[in-house]
Structure formats: C-alpha cells, structure tokens
Design a binder for this molecule. Structure first.
Ligand SMILES: [Ca+2]
Length: 493
C-alpha cells in the first residue's frame, strides 16, 4: 500500500483510541511502556515495540575494503562484533545510516549510495541498520519499534566503545524519517555521542511531543537536522517542521521542494532513492536524503543563513551571513556549529546538483568621510542575467571610513560573467545616536565607496572580480542614503 495512503488511513480516518498495556521487557535493552509521555492526542494508536527476536535487526558494516558486500552482525548479539567484523577499526570514525518507514536495503538505492559517498569521503566504518521487519504497516507499530531499534544501536555503540576504547564522540548516526527518531532513542542511551543527523525526521506521531519521544538536542553533542517536508499529514507532509536540533536547516522554507510540486514521478531527479511508485509521493520527504548525499563530496557548500523564521527569509531579510554565523547544510554542517540553537534557511536548485552558487562580497569604504549607520545592498549584472537586490547586512552596522565589510550571500541563477554592480544603502540610526539622525532628510548621510570585491563560487569554481567606479571624479563614488552608485570599471591599484 502507498506510504501516504496507509498513513492517512492509519492516522486521519480513525478516532482517538487509547490503549494501555503492561511494559514489555527485552533483557538488557530494558522495559518499554506506552504511557506518558508516549501516549497523547497525536498518537491514536500508541503501541509498544515488538521483540528483538521478531525484528531481527541487522547491522551491515561497509568499509573501503568491503564496499560492495557488507559484513552482517545480528543486532541481538552485539558482543559478536569482533568475530563478525574483523575489519572494523576503532581508529576510524563510525557512521550509522538508519532508514525509515517501509524502506528496505533492497527496495531503495539511497542506503548503498550514501554508504559509498561516505567511504569516498573518508576511511570510515559505515554501518547500515536494517530494520525492515519492524518498519512495515501499520505505521504506529513501526513507530513503536523504533525504540527497540534505537536501544540496539546504543547497545552496539557502547559495546564497541567499551571493548575497543573508541570514544563515543567519534560515532555519528544519520537517520531518515523514523530513522531520525531512532537515532534519538539511541543517543539518549549513549553518553557523549558525537552527532546525530536527522534527515526530515518523521512528523506523524512526533509533532508536539516530549523530547523523550522524539529527536532533540540532548540526544547527542551535536544534532543537525534537514527539514524538507515539514507540514501536516493531511497536506501530504511526512516531516516535522518544528526545530529539534542544535542546527535546523530549512531548504526552500522546509516544506515544499522545487521540482516536487507538479506530481511528476521523476520530479527533482530520482537518482538514488526508491524506485517504486511511492517516489513522487515522498519526493519532498526524500529530498533531504538527496541533499545530504550530494553534500558529502560536493565542493559546493549548501551555504545557509541564520533567520528567526521563514517569513523573514521569504521576505529577503536573511540573505547574508559572515564568518561567524553562516551555516552549511549537510554532511559538513559540523564545521559551522552555532553557539546556540539556530534555524538556517537556504534555497536550492530543483534538480541535481541542488547546491547553488554563493557570492562573497567585500565593500571597501574610502577613508576621510564620516561614519554612518545603515543597511547595504547590491545588485549584480552579468552577461546571462541580473540578480535581485541582495541585502548584505541584515543587522544595522556603523560603517567606518577606510574599512572593508565582507559578506557571503547565496543566489539562484547563474548570471554569467559579472560586468556591473549597483550598490545602495539605507541610512538608519537608533534613538541612542541623535547626532546621526537625519531629521526631515536634511542631513544627507553619505558613504564613499572605494571598491567592491566579490567572488562567485559555483560547483567549486571560483571567479574573483574587483569593481570600482569608472569615473576618476571622487564625487562619483559618493552614495547618499537610498541612492545608487554603479561600479563598472577596473580598479586603478
Ligand atoms: Ca530525544
């Protein structure tokens, strides 16, 4: 049955029906109860997990020496790992990949593709968690089973860490949909787990739940999340829109992905995901996987901008970042861990390669003028197109003469070779700086632009340009508030 149809039948067409049973206990994994916080209005059929003997979870180890044929470990016997996995090395970083609802190691390609990309990136131990007996219909039973699968992953990580001395900080769990929450259940049982990456964590049964029920920042030292299908199930959304990590990435606002909207089975390029007829139904949901896979070895950065909410991003208020606050969606997001939990937004292309061009802009102000506060923006003209106005600083800056201000921004279309830059700025002065006010527009606040340096980075290729005002008249480099100066000439030095 269709993933979506099944979920709708399971969740929407039935009323709230609470069940309550005695806890189930599975040896060293402990006991699992279905009472609070696991029961709730969003969970009409809350079910305890099935037994490890029923689930028959397998851990499939891939390494560079065994890329095609994994070595299989029965999750019920984690202490057998030294025998089953003689080529496991504790000196390597270890990556777990955990699939979600209905996926199996044979009916989707992305598990193998992600393992391969990871092994191309580094000499890792890559473990694909195969829980295909526990992730079938009904959905709520698969939800329940994630708790045991997570506990088994934790049991293995702790076993390896204890036996070989491998620090738990070197383990990274990557989970899609239900697999993201499975990673959370593992993480809460592993002291000092390095990282969990949630790829569009499942929404149904997890919306507005307690952190114990879902993935949350306490489950690992670093939790990064890509939201690609975050909307209600009734709108065919399978992901969770609410933030659940230290860094939550919302590509294309996080709910509808470009290239997925017209219902074509091959929307957004079907490379690497399910080959069955569910694909276009879960195009948005699976897009998080494609972003992550592309990010592993791409020279493109999936640059993302911190923003308080999607309305601000959609309104163009969060178009730039600097060395202190940029985000990088995907595998390399741990090189940009924010100091506090942060929402990041970005745009992507509708087809692979999804990562779009980024633009570094440095504006140098001429010396000898007065400082002014405000916001600056640029517009670029290329031989293949023109950008919209791009706001450089989203927070007010006190622009100092003789100083260079550098930003990174993203933009969609390839505009070709840039030949002209328009620069504008808007004066704004807080009430605490009355001397910098501009009463009735009488003061004419002005900046003097010396030059604009910028580089376009697309697909690893970097074009660097310097643009200056073509006129030799210094007055032509002056730009009054809300005015525009055009830079279309070479710089003299
Ligand atoms: Ca949790």
């Amino acid at each position: 049955m269709h993933f979506s149809v099944c979920l709708l039948l399971c969740v929407v067409l039935v009323g709230v029906w609470e069940t309550r049973a005695d806890p189930v206990c599975y040896g060293e994994l402990g006991c699992f109860q279905d009472g609070a916080p696991f029961k709730g209005s969003g969970r009409p059929f809350n079910t305890q997990p099935q037994s490890p003997d029923y689930l028959e979870v397998q851990h499939r180890l891939y390494t560079r020496s065994r890329r095609d044929t994994p070595a299989i470990l029965d999750a019920r016997h984690p202490d057998n790992f030294t025998v089953a996995w003689p080529h496991y090395e504790a000196e390597r970083l270890t990556k777990f990949i955990i699939h979600g609802f209905l996926n199996t190691v044979t009916n989707v390609l992305w598990l193998k593709e992600m393992a391969n990309e990871l092994l191309s990136n580094g000499d890792y131990n890559v473990i694909v968690v195969d829980w295909h007996k526990g992730n079938q219909n009904p959905y709520w039973q698969a939800v329940g089973n994630t708790r045991v699968v997570g506990a088994q992953i934790a049991q293995l990580v702790n076993m390896i860490s204890t036996t070989l001395g491998q620090p738990t900080s070197t383990f990274h769990l990557i989970g899609h949909s239900l697999g993201a929450h499975t990673g959370g259940y593992a993480g809460e049982r592993i002291v000092g787990l390095g990282r969990i990456t949630g790829l569009d964590p499942a929404g149904p049964y997890y919306e507005n739940t307690d952190p114990e029920v879902r993935l949350d920042p306490t489950d690992a030292t670093y939790v990064d999340v890509i939201h690609s299908d975050g909307k209600e199930l009734i709108k065919m959304g399978f992901g969770l829109l609410e933030e659940v990590g230290h860094a939550d990435y919302y590509p294309n606002l996080g709910h509808d992905q470009p290239g997925c909207s017209d219902g074509s089975p091959h929307d957004g390029n079907d490379k690497g995901t399910s080959q069955d007829d569910n694909e276009f139904i879960s195009c948005n949901h699976d897009r998080s996987i494609k972003f992550f896979i592309e990010s592993i070895n791409s020279p493109c950065h999936f640059l993302a901008f911190p923003c308080d909410n999607e309305q601000d991003f959609a309104a163009g208020k969060c178009q730039s970042c600097d060395s202190t606050n940029c985000g990088q969606m995907g595998f390399h997001s741990d090189s940009h861990i924010p100091a506090s939990p942060t929402l990041f937004y970005l745009r992507t292309a509708p087809h692979t390669p999804f990562c779009e061009a980024e633009l570094g802009v440095s504006v140098r102000l001429a010396a000898g003028h007065t400082n002014e506060q405000g916001l600056m923006k640029v517009k670029l003209y290329g031989d293949q197109g023109t950008t919209d106005w791009i706001v450089l600083n989203t927070k007010l800056i006190d622009f100092q003469p003789g100083t260079t201000y550098s930003y990174t921004v993203g933009f969609h279309s390839d505009i070709g070779t840039v030949s002209k830059v328009d620069l504008s700025w808007h004066h704004s002065s807080p009430w605490t700086s009355p001397l910098k006010w501009n009463p009735f527009g009488l003061r004419h606040p002005t900046l003097a632009i010396q030059e604009v340096d910028f580089h376009v980075l697309k697909g690893g290729n970097k074009q660097i340009h310097r643009m200056c005002v073509s006129s030799k008249d210094a007055d032509d480099s002056l730009v009054e508030t809300d005015g525009t100066v055009t830079l279309d000439g070479a710089c003299s030095s």
